[in-house]
Design a protein around this ligand. Structure first.
Ligand SMILES: Cc1cc2nc3c(=O)[nH]c(=O)nc-3n(C[C@H](O)[C@H](O)[C@H](O)COP(=O)(O)OP(=O)(O)OC[C@H]3O[C@@H](n4cnc5c(N)ncnc54)[C@H](O)[C@@H]3O)c2cc1C
Ligand code: SF4
Ligand code: SF4
Length: 411
């Protein structure tokens, strides 16, 4: 969709379109850092200290400015799920990986296979920050042990691509596991930096419903009556599927909450603005994307852990095949796109609403991302008139109330 986009990184930030991928820190070699704001988001700070060359490079790569799928061959994309060669149930072949991971451990199993087989030298992904376990940071994993240590979903802010230049500079083939928006940034960057396609040879994504600000996690600590400096473990899910959210303290106490209780009240999700406007939460710039597969979109209890995987590229197909042959990954039945709609109804609703949301933003004088090849226009045209008007009016109202606006991060 052709939108008026932000013309500077500071405008990306102040319009709520930064999703803290971390490329701002990587491109400026850490001169601009990803800093936690007092509203609980990681933002490039200072957001206006870029050379002309850095700013041009960042604007062409930033997922708050432009988002497009990677194209693999000529096959027709599914309107919702995009181009793919297969979709099926899958889970990790190793019981401990399956148990520890967010869902069925498919992403960890694939990353593990890449490292074990020597197809890549390392994996760029994220882990709990060892010094502040409620927070998360990027890491480079070279061993199976390290890859498995990163298993699990981190729902709070994290900037995986702050480590991307450091990964490229190692001049070794590597994989990245990250959110769809992070991989959109990688794909955008590949258009101006040939090292990206040469070295970042596997890109694995989780299907993503949105990232919460740190306030969501801080709120949980408040509920448990503990201070952040007391925390020794902060796990959002995993150790089962979905597993409990579990916080442990340095003096040996433990607090738990179920997944359904954690996400019961949508008003308390503290979602980033960019997530409400996300044109590709399904990983169309990945080789393989992995999702939850609960009928209706939510768990009704615990299970052994099953992913739905969306395989998009020939490299992704070859990886899945090799991981399955080695026993690292177990493959289940095929899933059709319309079956996947029933497993992720919130994604289908959002995708159809975006055209009207973007039109509302533009009407209110706000930038929106450019979304070539993501079928946003066509999907929006299929929305009925009343819903489309409600999305448009709601967006204009929120924009005028300042609910998409953010202050410049304080230095
Ligand atoms: C913010 C967020 C929202 C999500 N929303 C949905 C949704 O709406 N629908 C759905 O089907 N699934 C959603 N998921 C994905 C789901 O929780 C699982 O991650 C996914 O099913 C893959 O499971 P897995 O067992 O294969 O992952 P694992 O084997 O546990 O591997 C997860 C990998 O992702 C990396 N990772 C974890 N958190 C982050 C992060 N925040 N940013 C970058 N990399 C990260 C880890 O380093 C690890 O390598 C979401 C995940 C996150 C982090
Ligand atoms: S989304 Fe990434 S590239 Fe865009 S402003 Fe934020 S950190 Fe920078
Ligand atoms: S919903 Fe989209 S913008 Fe938000 S974290 Fe997920 S992939 Fe990124």
């Amino acid at each position: 969709m052709s939108n008026k986009t932000a013309t500077s990184i500071s405008e990306v930030v102040t319009s709520g379109l930064c999703i803290n991928c971390g490329l701002c820190e990587a491109v400026t070699r850490g001169r601009v850092r990803m800093v936690m704001t007092d509203y609980g988001s990681l933002r490039p700070t200072p957001a206006d200290d870029f050379t002309g060359e850095e700013q041009a490079r960042l604007l062409s790569a930033c997922p708050g400015v432009t988002v497009s799928p990677r194209a693999f061959g000529e096959s027709e994309p599914d309107p919702i799920w995009g181009q793919h060669s297969s979709m099926r149930y899958a889970w990790a072949g190793h019981q401990d990986v399956r148990f520890r991971a967010a869902t069925g451990g498919a992403l960890t199993a694939l990353a593990l296979h890449l490292v074990k087989s020597g197809k890549v030298a390392f994996v760029l992904h994220v882990v709990a920050d060892p010094d502040q376990p409620m927070r998360s940071r990027w890491t480079i994993s070279r061993t199976p042990y390290d890859v498995v240590s990163g298993a699990g979903s981190r729902y709070g802010p994290v900037a995986p691509l702050a480590g991307f230049m450091s990964a490229l500079e190692r001049s070794e083939p590597f994989a990245v596991v990250a959110k769809p928006c992070d991989l959109n940034a990688v794909h955008n960057l590949s258009k101006s930096d040939p090292r990206v396609d040469a070295l970042c040879i596997y890109r694995l994504a989780m299907v993503c419903g949105g990232q919460s600000r740190l306030k969501k996690s801080q709120e949980l600590l408040r509920e448990f009556g503990i201070e952040e400096q007391e925390v020794s473990v902060f796990r959002y899910r995993g150790y089962g599927n979905p597993g409990l959210t579990r916080v442990e303290t340095r003096d040996g106490r433990a607090f738990e909450k179920t997944y359904l209780d954690l996400w019961a009240d949508e008003a308390g999700w503290q979602l980033e603005t960019r997530c409400k406007l996300c044109p590709d939460a399904l990983g169309e710039a990945s080789d393989v994307a992995a999702a939850d597969v609960w009928p209706g979109g939510g768990p009704t209890g615990e299970d052994a852990g099953f992913n739905g995987i969306i395989v998009r590229s020939p490299a992704g197909e070859a990886l899945v095949e090799a991981a399955a042959a080695s026993g690292d990954l177990i493959l289940g039945d095929a899933i059709t796109p319309r079956q996947f709609d029933d497993l992720q109804p919130h994604q289908v609703r959002k995708k159809k609403a975006l055209k009207s949301r973007y039109e509302g933003l533009q009407h209110a004088g706000f930038p929106a991302p450019q979304t070539d090849g993501l079928r946003i226009e066509a999907l929006g045209q299929a929305l009925d008139q009343a819903q489309s008007q409600a999305e448009f009016d709601g967006t204009v109202k929120r924009a005028r109330e300042g609910r998409f606006s953010e202050p410049m991060p304080e230095v």
